[in-house]
Write a protein that binds this ligand. Sequence first.
Ligand code: OSB
Ligand code: MG
Length: 377
Amino acid sequence: MPITRPAAPVALEAVELRVLHLPLVSPFTTSFGTESVREVIVVRARTAGGDGWGEIVTQAAPLYSSEYTRGAWDVAQRWLVPALLDARTLRPEDVATTLEPFVGHRMVKAGLELAVLDAALRAEGRPLGAYLGATVDRIPSGVSVGIQQSPTALVDAVSGYLDQGYVRIKIKIKPGRDIAETAAVRDAFGAIPLQVDANSAYTLADADVLAELDRFDLLLIEQPLQEDDLVDHAALAARLGTPICLDESITSRKAAADALALGAASVINIKAGRVGGYLEAVRIHDLCRDAGVPVWCGGMLETGIGRAANAALAALPGFTLPGDVSASDRFYHRDIVTDPIVLEDGHVRVPTGPGLGVEIDPVALEDVTVDRVELRR
Ligand code: OSB
Ligand code: MG
């Protein structure tokens, strides 16, 4: 369902940006690298009617996508925030169109849009979930498990998450760290809901190896090939029994429509950051729902801000597969919100308070802030 009732406009007075360094509970390894500290940007939109919060989910290095935190820090201050401050009053639905002339930088646009949206919805007393079209009050929670030292270590890690109650496991794979790892998890835990994520680490020449994954009855394989390899993904899909899900490739509703038309994907991972905002994320949801294509909510190691927003998004009816919306403590000892996201019976609750429905813990925020700037109109 498209957004039926737009939010009221806000008078944007200033925008505060902070770079945070949040230590991870354990290093997170993917096919593109290892992270031990999450470097991320938090946005505070200061409006006449109160503050709103957003999160720019770039990572420190441009390895998952071309965006990266210090690039985001620059483009936000130099171009995107000034463009928003120039608009006298702003409806949240106008943020994307105001920023449209600037090519790319979707994660930055998404973080700014979320902050404006949160301010507007808080002022109206309206929860983000209700605004986006949520139809459930809690969502099933999956967990993304990084590449470990060995298949045995992977089984140990997965065992811990299953004990906590996560209802779906996703393991990261890369060439040479794929078949044995997937086999070990299947052998140890039987028919659990299981999927793999390659983060673009393969080429079509690896099709024979990837076809070996068919015997594990996976929910899906996520982004085996490069971001712009839609035609190759379609060729691979014709050779695999395992459904192909795209993450990196889906940068917009248009990209999703093209991927589906080409047969490059039969499942889509929706991340608001990657597609330029929660409103574009809803449009992709709507497209897929109309086409009968399952979607699920991806994650970018969000703080409580983005995590709350993801829980709201994942409560829309087309999100028929569990997402990577895990509890705050999957990544962080201490979140920057007063009520961290927790796992209850394998589910995460959709916040019901106004806007994001979470409150910032000012002390926790200050403790992890490494850079701060405020831009005023
Ligand atoms: O590919 O889904 C991905 C984290 C950072 C960048 C890309 C990805 C991921 C994850 C973690 O898999 C998802 C999460 O739990 O936040
Ligand atoms: Mg992915």
